[in-house]
Design a protein around this ligand. Structure first.
Ligand SMILES: [Zn+2]
Length: 502
């Protein structure tokens, strides 16, 4: 039996009530089905546990499920089984009958213990509706009866999860696999849009890269996002089976959607950042997040120092390390490097100045720079070597360079002007390009832009067009400085530099 995905997790929860926000989980049942190489039958593992909801179970619920307060009193709390649950769901399609219910209970339970949770959720109610549109009733009792599924303890988590798996297995006796696969695809992909949006709102969106703006009743947007596929991304906001708090709020407030296309990923990123900065939508946290980003530099005595994006001078980027999304994430990376390379926590400023062995030394994880076993010079050389993969390379031009992005059809070209791994502007034609270069604004640091450029450079996929004269010579002799006031430079030079489509 070739299932529609290599790993499926059939999930059922029992709870203290119907609200994911107020009520709690009392039992989890998971049937995990994994394709087993070339073997005919998949590997199946079943797991279930009662959970102490830490609140009392209403009598009506106990009457339905048979789960009593006494039964859960000695059960572990959710926090104690969360890792187990996450591991059992990892990499699998999350399948449940009324998946929105189970998914949102788990999402809230995970978020109460500070863990993110999201899964690709497939709802078997919707799957049943799609494959049997004419029949009446798609709740679990109706489905179980229709497909002659034997069920022992209806309303206990593992038995219900088994029943959902039995339903999917039954489909394979009734339909060819490709019909099931395409029905699954449709159910996974058909989002239910907020009802106040016009029915064709989604179809009106292009499947190309760009930015989209959600509007409510006010003239300013609620939210701005970017994507390589605008339609796909917008639908993901509202796909009913898993919604973040922000998406829930957006789905209540949204009244219309606008969009702008871009030639590619970089253009979308830059446009999003610019619009968010200008319009400050209520539900975007992008700006603050970007301001928390930064890089590490090494001081004269080789101590790592975090430089925040707001304090960064773009020309200083080369030779620094990163980028990191926050000071905290930089410290975390340093800690990882320290343990991988037996570096000293005190020299890395991961702990306060003091006397005697550093914390890592006490655990035999520091080579001993803090106690004089290793010389500072040797430690610092090892630190530089450890940081090498984070090094931001030298900007290879003496001034700005152009990066051309064009759509697959070539009908749209954006030319991004970049300098020192930072953005100066984006032009759609030669005159805009000349304006940007003549204005010679301060380059704007953006962590996502830097990451994208470095990723492409790393993959050998960064094809800049140099604007400055003899750019390559500049790299070798270091003398050819970009002079924005040079009279021969801008328009005359830019003309003919507009990267051709060839
Ligand atoms: Zn040490």
């Amino acid at each position: 039996m070739q299932l529609f995905a290599p790993s499926l997790a059939f999930v059922d929860l029992e709870t203290t009530g119907g609200s994911a926000l107020r009520d709690r989980i009392t039992e989890v049942g998971i049937v995990r089905v994994d394709a087993d190489g070339d073997a005919k039958l998949p590997r199946i593992s079943e797991w279930s546990t009662l959970i102490d909801p830490e609140v009392s179970i209403p009598p009506a619920i106990t009457a339905l499920t048979g789960i009593t307060n006494a039964m859960v009193r000695s059960a572990p709390p959710f926090s104690a089984v969360a890792a187990d649950i996450a591991a059992r769901l990892d990499g699998a399609i999350f399948i449940a009958h009324n998946a929105r219910f189970d998914h949102s209970f788990l999402k809230h339970a995970f978020s109460r213990i500070g863990r993110p949770f999201s899964a690709r959720a497939l709802c078997t109610v919707r799957l049943s509706r799609r494959l049997y549109p004419g029949v009446h009733g798609h709740n679990l009792d109706a489905v179980v009866a229709r497909h002659n599924i034997a069920i022992v303890d209806r309303h206990r988590a593992l038995d219900d999860a088994r029943a959902i798996w039995a339903f999917v297995a039954a489909l394979y006796r009734e339909w060819p696999p490709d019909i099931i696969a395409s029905a699954v695809k449709r159910v996974l992909r058909t989002p239910s849009l907020p009802p106040q949006l016009p029915e064709d709102a989604l179809r009106a969106l292009p499947q190309t890269s760009g930015v989209y703006l959600f509007y409510g009743d006010n003239p300013l947007p609620l939210y701005i996002g970017k994507s390589l596929d605008i339609r796909d991304r917008v639908s993901a906001h509202f796909s009913s089976d898993w919604m973040s708090e922000t998406d829930l709020r957006l789905s209540q407030e949204i009244r219309r959607i606008e969009f702008e296309t871009t030639a590619g990923e970089l253009g979308a990123l830059l446009r999003e950042a610019t619009l968010v900065k200008a319009l400050m939508p209520a539900h975007n946290r992008l700006l603050r997040r970007k301001e928390e980003a930064g890089v590490l530099t090494l001081s004269d005595d080789c101590m790592p120092q975090f430089v925040a994006a707001t304090a960064l001078e773009p020309p200083d980027l080369a030779g620094s390390y990163g980028p990191f999304s926050s000071r905290r994430s930089a410290r975390e990376q340093l800690r990882v490097l320290a343990s991988e390379h037996a570096l000293c926590w005190r020299r890395l400023r991961l702990e306060r100045r003091g006397e005697g062995p550093c914390f890592q030394r006490q655990l035999y994880r520091c080579a001993g720079a803090c106690v004089g076993v290793e010389s500072a010079a040797s430690h610092d050389a090892r630190l530089r070597a450890a940081l090498r993969s984070y090094a931001i390379p030298r900007w290879p031009y003496s001034g700005p360079a152009l990066l051309r992005e064009c759509t697959n059809g070539g009908d749209r070209v954006d030319v991004h002007v970049l300098q020192d791994w930072c953005w100066l502007g984006t032009a759609r034609d030669e005159s805009e390009l000349a304006d940007i270069i003549e204005a010679s604004r301060r380059p704007a640091f953006d962590i996502d832009v830097l990451r994208l450029l470095l990723r492409r450079q790393h993959a050998g996929k960064l094809a800049f067009h140099a604007v400055t004269p003899r750019a390559n010579a500049a790299v070798t002799n270091g003398e050819d400085r970009f002079d924005p006031s040079a009279s021969v430079y801008p328009r005359a030079h830019v003309r003919g530099r507009w990267p051709s489509l060839a």
